[in-house]
Write a protein that binds this ligand. Structure first.
Ligand SMILES: C[S@@+](CC[C@H](N)C(=O)[O-])C[C@H]1O[C@@H](n2cnc3c(N)ncnc32)[C@H](O)[C@@H]1O
Length: 207
């Protein structure tokens, strides 16, 4: 029987040490820098989608942010985050959901995605992602999406990925999102490899 998305990712997060996965970052510096550039108040609602066991919430809590949610298809990934944060992270909301089918019940000032959109290789899944994003992000809110650039890897974690440039991401979001930043950057994997990423930051037009 084929392995579901949830099973695939739960297996990864239960069998591999966190530094053993190619996407690991001790501190997600570029994401944190781009979030600071949004000049959000400390009680802004921040959602990290496809969060995995990323250390982004740790950095956000250190920066004084108080309204953080993390979403992932893998409950095992989010359990790692919960365990690592302990009491410090008691206010971090955990959402176990598949972005290809998720109906948001929250409104956010910032949507952050590092390396999940690129796993949605089916057009209908990307369309569902965009619908969820548009439901969740308030007018005037920010969207930060990072994924493999056109010269990046073709696969990750044993799965095919869709490499994209800023134009492809912009057209998925639609005309009411203004592009504020876009650049490529190499991610150094824990095993010493390099992966080309594109980082984008958008702002939804107010009203
Ligand atoms: C490459 S990891 C990146 C994790 C994290 N953003 C980071 O930078 O460390 C991709 C993550 O996306 C999650 N994921 C994959 N497909 C998903 C989907 N359809 N809905 C929600 N999460 C998904 C996986 O469970 C995994 O945690």
């Amino acid at each position: 029987m084929p392995v579901t998305r949830q099973e695939h990712w739960n297996t990864i997060f239960t069998t591999k040490a966190e530094e053993a996965v190619s996407w690991f970052q001790a501190t997600p510096e570029t994401s944190l820098r781009l979030i600071r550039a949004c000049n959000l108040p400390k009680d802004a609602s921040i959602l990290d989608v496809g969060a995995g066991a990323s250390h982004l919430p740790d950095g956000l809590l250190e920066g004084g942010f108080t309204n953080i949610a993390v979403l992932d298809v893998s409950a095992a990934a989010l359990a790692k985050t919960k365990a690592r944060l302990g009491n410090t992270g008691s206010t971090v909301r955990i959402i176990v959901a598949d972005l290809a089918a998720w109906q948001p019940d929250l409104t956010v000032d910032l949507w952050h995605d590092r390396a999940v959109l690129h796993f949605l290789t089916e057009e209908r899944d990307r369309a569902a992602y965009a619908v969820a994003l548009r439901h969740a992000v308030r007018p005037g809110g920010f969207v930060l999406i990072a994924g493999f650039a056109p010269s990046g890897p073709e696969r990750c974690s044993g799965l095919p990925v869709l490499r994209a440039d800023q134009g492809m991401i912009a057209s998925l979001l639609g005309p009411d999102f203004d592009l504020l930043d876009a650049f490529e950057e190499d991610h150094q994997t824990p095993s010493g490899g390099r992966q080309r990423f594109v980082f984008t930051r958008f702002r939804r037009r107010a009203g």
